[in-house]
Design a protein around this ligand. Structure first.
Ligand SMILES: Nc1ncnc2c1ncn2[C@@H]1O[C@H](COP(=O)(O)OP(=O)(O)OP(=O)(O)O)[C@@H](O)[C@H]1O
Ligand SMILES: [Mg+2]
Length: 298
């Protein structure tokens, strides 16, 4: 659905997006992740022709994004960038009517979009009296009404409570099930990891990882936990391999492969430390994400 080649954006002499090769497969929910300032919004704005790339190419739906193709391609894309786009002094219905006229949509398209985001009962209220979650849902209805093939959403869960986040998640899954490709950004992995089928992780404008959750998970090395009667001494002895954390009678060691684990065990035995158990404890996906984004000095 989206392919970019060496996409870049420089402000002054600072590259905020650098050599980006995006691959967003058709029909997926693509989770676009990265810490604050890593370049997510800038990338999405380039995809939507709101920011002009400094370098690189963008292909959407198999066609290059150019001056001559832009209008048509953008006609197939719904988007929600930063704050919800509705007018506060108008009601939800009036806002939807504006979008309908602007995009020349049918009544049915508008009704469907409003139904999808479950706003039917709130349409007569002024948008300034909406909760943040309702505003986000109205913004989504505005993006969905044209029945886009691609939906680009910049942090749609930002600032929502857990129930609101869950609602958006469910909505995105439904939209993708109905055949629309969804690209959604967040700075928090936990907000989209169960919804996204493919992840792209950005750090300092560069792609640190792109692939499925399982592929990301495969990169993690589970921690080694050593139960011992002398955690203090065991931690001191293993500190030079890796950071050890003291946790009751257990020492936690990170990043040890099987060989290194065997080395640690024989060292502890050699030092007459009583070992009660050695086991692996898998990292959470959040840990893998943190390792990945922190490793590069972010
Ligand atoms: N118009 C601009 N002029 C100069 N610098 C900019 C401009 N827009 C963005 N930047 C810089 O580019 C970097 C990336 O910004 P961007 O908004 O794309 O990050 P982000 O990943 O969306 O962050 P956040 O999670 O905070 O939304 C930031 O350091 C920002 O200060
Ligand atoms: Mg942003």
């Amino acid at each position: 659905m989206i392919i970019t080649h060496d996409l870049g954006k420089t402000y002054g002499n600072r590259a905020v997006v650098d050599g980006l090769d995006l691959r967003v497969p058709e029909g997926c929910v693509y989770g676009f992740l990265g810490p604050n300032g890593s370049g997510k919004s800038t990338t999405m704005k380039m995809l939507l022709s709101l920011v002009r790339p400094t370098s690189g190419e963008i292909h959407i739906m198999g066609r290059p994004m150019r001056r001559s193709t832009r209008r048509e391609l953008l006609g197939h894309i719904g988007s929600l960038i930063e704050s919800p786009p509705a007018y506060g002094h108008l009601t939800g219905r009036e806002n939807m009517r504006l979008v309908q006229r602007l995009l020349d949509l049918t009544d049915n398209q508008v009704t469907q979009a409003v139904r999808t985001v479950r706003l039917r009962d709130h349409l007569e209220k002024k948008v300034r009296d909406y909760s943040l979650g309702m505003k986000q849902r109205l913004g989504l209805a505005m993006a969905l009404a044209r029945e886009p093939r691609l939906l680009i959403l910049d942090e749609p869960t930002n600032g929502l409570d857990p129930a609101g986040i869950e609602e958006i998640r469910r909505l995105l899954t439904k939209v993708a099930d109905d055949g629309t490709t969804v690209m959604v950004s967040s700075h928090l992995l936990g907000e989209i990891d169960r919804t996204a089928t493919v992840l792209g992780i950005l750090g300092n404008g560069r792609m640190l990882f792109q692939g499925t959750r399982d592929e990301l998970f495969a990169r993690s090395v589970p921690d080694v936990l050593v139960d011992t009667s002398e955690p203090q001494r065991a931690a001191a002895l293993t500190a030079r391999w890796h950071t050890s954390r003291l946790d009751g009678a257990t020492v936690r060691l990170s990043g040890l492969d099987d060989k290194a684990t065997a080395g640690v065990v024989s060292l502890l035995v050699h030092e007459d430390i009583e070992i009660h158990g050695v086991r692996r404890d898998s990292q959470s996906l959040e840990d893998v994400f943190m390792d990945l984004t922190e490793e590069r000095g972010l």
